[in-house]
Design a protein around this ligand. Structure first.
Ligand code: NAD
Ligand code: GLY
Length: 367
């Protein structure tokens, strides 16, 4: 078992990572039981693929649970589902010290975390992430949200879980495209500030994507450790440190918006293409070498991820893509900070980016 602490004073918690952990989750959850059955919230795919394992583990430990199964998909991060879930939590008689369990990908984790943040002004929750994206990113760090009519993740709160249980074996039932999309967030940690990890990805990414258990466990543990360190330094994204985790997200957000936040381009795929564009744009600004920008594109493509506008299925004028960026929630004082790179492992926050120049760049790379 690898245990990664997230050090946040009174809000500190552990991320436990171990193959087969879901089958032993009962023991890990005993200290969090309150006498009332746990509410376990999941989606219909995970209910079929993974809930039986958790159900058995809870029973074996003598713990009772009630399962809430929601539709799978991004549309579940919405007001109607938040309202229904919070009603259910209140009807369950939940108290602040009770723990709601989120069993699923980033959609379930974000929704349950936000519900936990607001019911009775904040009750406790536990993350059991079942997608690679959720295991390496969204289950750690306490960002919770639903989508509003005006955009993604516009309604939310910072609310830390009490515990994160990661069983890499849950990925055995996840589709290959979803695994690849999550892998983009793994590569991100190497690109931000860890060139040695990017080199590890170049050497071991194919094994990870093929389901090699050691490669999977190592990548998850290293990614979680990287995220935990950043979150501990800048929990609420105020110093600029946590903003580094948004590498590829501004370009990616524009691509996701252009493709209607749909299955045409998964979030991780948008991040992959966005990271490649961030490196290409850094090259154009003379800040990053062509060799490094080329390595990023080559590795993402080798992993089966999009690394250009064309790969992402986007053929739109630069001005329109920049217009999507203006609706990004990272806009600050009318300007948009960009994550750019001086090389692999040398990402930095650029506050001097001229959006007309970004539009011109996007037109250049459109063809
Ligand atoms: P998701 O939760 O929609 O899961 C993807 C699909 O995989 C769904 O159909 C789901 O039912 C299925 N699934 C999940 N686990 C499975 C398993 N083990 N076996 C079989 N099927 C399984 O998507 P996601 O990529 O995990 O998360 C995307 C969401 O995460 C977005 O809403 C994004 O905004 C959010 N996010 C949040 C943060 C954060 O810091 N809070 C960070 C990144 C992304
Ligand atoms: N996924 C970005 C963050 O947690 O800050």
């Amino acid at each position: 078992m690898t245990i990664v602490p997230v050090s946040l004073g009174a809000r500190s918690y552990d991320v436990r990572i171990e193959s087969g952990l879901l089958d032993r989750a009962g023991e890990a959850l005993v200290p969090y039981a309150s006498g009332r059955p746990f509410l376990v919230v999941t989606d219909e795919h995970v209910a079929a693929a993974q809930w039986p394992r958790l159900d058995t583990a809870l029973r074996r430990a003598g713990l009772a649970a009630e399962l809430v199964t929601l539709p799978a998909g991004e549309a579940t991060k919405s007001w109607p589902h938040l309202e229904a879930l919070t009603d259910r939590m209140i009807a369950h008689g939940i108290e602040r010290r009770d723990h709601v369990i989120a069993l699923g990908g980033g959609v379930i984790g974000d929704l349950v975390g936000f519900a936990a943040a607001i019911v009775k002004r904040g009750c406790a929750f536990i993350q059991i992430p079942t997608t690679l994206l959720a295991q390496v990113d969204s289950s750690v760090g306490g960002k919770t949200a639903i989508n509003s009519r005006a955009g993604k993740n516009l309604l939310g709160a910072f609310h830390q879980p009490s515990l994160v249980l990661i069983d890499p074996e849950t990925l055995d039932t996840l589709g290959a495209r979803e695994v690849r999309a999550g892998y983009a967030e793994v590569v991100k940690y190497g690109l931000i500030d860890d060139v040695a990890f990017f080199e590890w990805c170049e050497a071991n990414g194919p094994a990870l994507l093929a389901g090699d258990p050691d490669a999977r466990a190592y990548a998850i543990a290293r990614s979680v450790a990287a995220k935990a360190a950043i979150v501990a330094q800048d929990e609420r994204e105020t110093s600029g440190r946590r903003a580094l985790l948004n590498l590829g997200h501004t370009f990616g957000h524009a691509l996701e918006a252009e493709t209607g936040f749909s299955d045409r381009l998964l979030h991780g795929e948008g991040v992959a293409a966005g990271m490649a564009l961030a490196f290409s744009y850094s090259l154009r600004r003379g800040e990053c070498s062509g060799q490094d920008a080329g390595r990023v594109v080559a590795h993402l493509r080798a992993a089966g991820l999009p690394a250009s506008l064309r790969d992402a299925g986007v053929d739109a004028p630069g001005a329109r893509l920049v217009d999507h960026m203006l609706h990004d929630k990272k806009m600050s004082g009318g300007t948009l900070p960009f994550l750019l790179a001086r090389g692999i492992g040398q990402t930095y926050l650029a506050k001097d980016v001229d959006l007309a120049d970004v539009a011109a760049f996007l037109d250049e790379v459109r063809g």
